[in-house]
Design a protein around this ligand. Sequence first.
Ligand SMILES: C[S@@+](CC[C@H](N)C(=O)[O-])C[C@H]1O[C@@H](n2cnc3c(N)ncnc32)[C@H](O)[C@@H]1O
Ligand code: SF4
Length: 388
Amino acid sequence: MMTTAAASEGGFGVYVHWPFCLSKCPYCDFNSHVRHARIDQARYVRAFSAEISATAARVPGRTVSTIFFGGGTPSLMEPGTVADILDGIARHWTISPDVEVTLEANPTSVEATRFADFRRAGVNRVSLGVQALDDAALGALGRLHSAREALAAVDIARRNFARYSFDLIYARPGQTPDGWRAELERAIAQAGDHLSLYQLTIEPGTPFAGLHAAGRLATPDEDTARALFDVTQEVCGAHGLPAYEVSNHARPGHECRHNLVYWRYGEYAGIGPGAHGRLDIAGRRHATATERHPEQWLMRVEAAGHGLVTDDVLTRAEQADELLLMGLRLAEGIEPGRYAALAGKPLDADRIADLRAYGFVEIDPAGRLRVTPAGFPVLDAVVADLAA
Ligand SMILES: C[S@@+](CC[C@H](N)C(=O)[O-])C[C@H]1O[C@@H](n2cnc3c(N)ncnc32)[C@H](O)[C@@H]1O
Ligand code: SF4
């Protein structure tokens, strides 16, 4: 039988996408939509349940180790909607006793008042989009909350959840390394055991891309961006929150287990509009994706029982490339033997030797190949070199 990238690696995760936001942030190209009419959440629950059931029929008998409500803005879901979806998942698969259930939340006061209800619904971890601790920067990012409101939401998260995280965006227009250092220190004082720190990316097709192209939005130059990245590593490292992935920092043992399923190239189901999955079926690894547009997804599910628009069987070479692309994002790196088993050949020894000579990768004592702190700023080039 054809072996896949190993279903058991990192467990089985379920991603649930809630595609709605109160407003569209000008930098964001996620599958998120603003609707002025009321959203019929009961109708969405029925569609989510149908898609869970259709997916479970393809990958029965799994034990779910992680569930992630991502968006969009899942904190706009009614807690009852979250509870019903969790019930749907539990009806079709076994839930691990220590399952991680994360919900992404925007830190407005309205949403924070729901945190206790989300906890009662079964959520045990929240990830808050704080983005900045500076009101002018929040305004420039088009956010609907102030820094004070965001910190109040972090406080409510702390009181309701043993595990919480928040996101900041850095390398913002006009940001200096000293300014970022001070902001990050303030953030860490409020952080739990996990932080996500993303460099602002100018995504094609967003309002920020238009402004950037017109010369009206200046992002930091390469040297400043590198200095901002270095400040991030230094400050987080000093506070015991090293990067375990390019943009994610945690105290050891407090990593986001759901995202580890992706990066360790485990198996996961994608439920909801525009969700992606990797399913291991009869020895083959399937790459799945659902219809992105919320109402069209709804109609497809109501007609066919699922919203799948892509269901491709990946070749072993494609799986090997994905393993490399995902795994080298992690500080722990990859096991070269797993790559070789998929690719049918080992990684190119000469290329590894060159990258080691540059100090971009290393082989750890257990034989794992990993990118060094010096290599992370040029990760894309490292992966492209090894995959070629
Ligand atoms: C899809 S959002 C969901 C969370 C929630 N809707 C929010 O915005 O707070 C996940 C995270 O991606 C990050 N993000 C989105 N677009 C980005 C961009 N263009 N550059 C850097 N980070 C970005 C933000 O930090 C955001 O919190
Ligand atoms: S950043 Fe978050 S709140 Fe803003 S549009 Fe994207 S998903 Fe919605």
